[in-house]
Design a protein around this ligand. Sequence first.
Ligand code: MLT
Ligand code: MN
Ligand code: ZN
Length: 310
Amino acid sequence: MKILVLGSGAGGGFPQWNCNCRQCAGQRLGGLTAHARTQSSIAVSSDGESWVLLNASPDIGQQLRSHPQLHPRQGLRNTPIKAVVLMDAQIDHVTGLLGMREGPCIDIYATPCVFEDLTTVFPVLSVLEHYCGTRWHMLPVAGTETSAAFTVDGFASLRFTAVAIPGKAPPYSPHRREQTVGDNIALLIEDLDEGARLFYSPGLAEVGAHELEWMHGADCLLVDGTFWVEDEMQHAGLSSKTASEMGHLPQIGNDARIGMVDVMLATAARRKVLIHINNSNPILDEASVQRRMLDSHGIEVAYDGMEITL
Ligand code: MLT
Ligand code: MN
Ligand code: ZN
């Protein structure tokens, strides 16, 4: 299985267009050792020819342009992207669908909650009906069904499992205040030929026994790296929201909950990688003590263009 990180940043990317915080300004002016990052999306493939997009970022144009693997191959108009799987209905994960409107009808795999948000409060899919159109593949994660195995047409050797996880529906969703099964999913992707498994969860609010069980079988974890600590945005004067209010488990825990670093260390995954890094997170600074701590634990920080082969 080949994994291509198209965007490793959280909503807003890094540096964020309107942000003058130490990190964004430092990256822009060159005083900080840190790479710019576009907004969250990855692509997976079993043969390196056809790709499934996991989330479609607002930065999709730049992301597709800068990765030759995703350029058109044969014929006048063409794309190696055969389908899109959505983890949620957040702006940074779905807006890129609009950037695919010049292509063929888009095969979209998502839960009922996500299809609902994207045809009502944030009607991206309704809009696309006037362009390329979309074909819906319903992932039956809803009600009492908390996981669903599925395949993506054309990717016979990859077995996907959508897993309901704790998270937040977008601010515009009717479910924002009361989480509903299917608002947020993680994906376990298994390459049946190679036997390799990826656990992908760019937005994960909490890790309990249920989540740990799914993470345990993975060779590679590619998980929520949004915040280092719970009150990071407040502390930097950037926002009044905490990590929990936004549906993200910080890397360092507190009395209330275990942090993502300890979660990762409790698994046997060969590769432990953080993704969806917010511009406020000190791990973006490659010279930071926080980054050194991750290094010492063998935890990697995803970057745009990172390739992982499992
Ligand atoms: C989030 O995951 O909380 C988002 O990155 C927020 C956003 O897109 O603005
Ligand atoms: Mn996000
Ligand atoms: Zn900033």
